[in-house]
Write a protein that binds this ligand. Structure first.
Ligand code: SF4
Ligand code: SF4
Length: 134
């Protein structure tokens, strides 16, 4: 599982070895994509977390308990209803079952709350009906 997040550190936590703790305590690898951290200032990191989804959720809870701001760095997934032909190809690749075909109507259903914006569905769509706003 892969999740991209923006982390905002309060001044007192700027020097906290967060990536070390994520690896050691949660078995979550953190790739730093962008960093903006200066001593005694609020810091920002854009990170991609790799690990088990439950462990990533636990790591996010832990970071919030340390007063680290955690927000999704990705935009949102959009399904373009005019283009979608309800072929269901994207549902097979979605790791969180955010995408499914309604068993009665055979129409694509998108449960945004389950979507982790991993973007794996985008290249699977034969009619380019899926995009992010980033
Ligand atoms: S980005 Fe696509 S594949 Fe990934 S969780 Fe969201 S709907 Fe599923
Ligand atoms: S792969 Fe594309 S066309 Fe097929 S159901 Fe998913 S969004 Fe619709």
């Amino acid at each position: 599982m892969k999740k991209r997040l923006t982390l905002t550190f309060p001044r007192r936590s700027v020097h906290m070895p967060v990536t070390y703790r994520l690896a050691k305590d949660f078995n979550v690898a953190a790739n730093i994509i962008r960093a903006q951290v200066a001593p005694n200032q609020i810091g920002k990191l854009v990170v991609e977390l790799l690990g088990d989804i439950d462990q990533i959720e636990a790591a996010m809870d832990w970071m919030r308990s340390q007063d680290i701001g955690v927000s999704s760095a990705n935009g949102e997934i959009s399904i373009h209803e005019d283009s979608c032909v309800h072929c269901g190809l994207c549902t097979g690749i979605c790791p969180t079952e955010a995408l499914s075909l309604d068993p009665k109507t055979f129409q694509l259903k998108f449960m945004r709350i389950r979507c982790i914006v991993c973007e794996q569905c985008i290249p699977t769509c034969p009619v380019q009906a899926i995009s992010t706003n980033l």
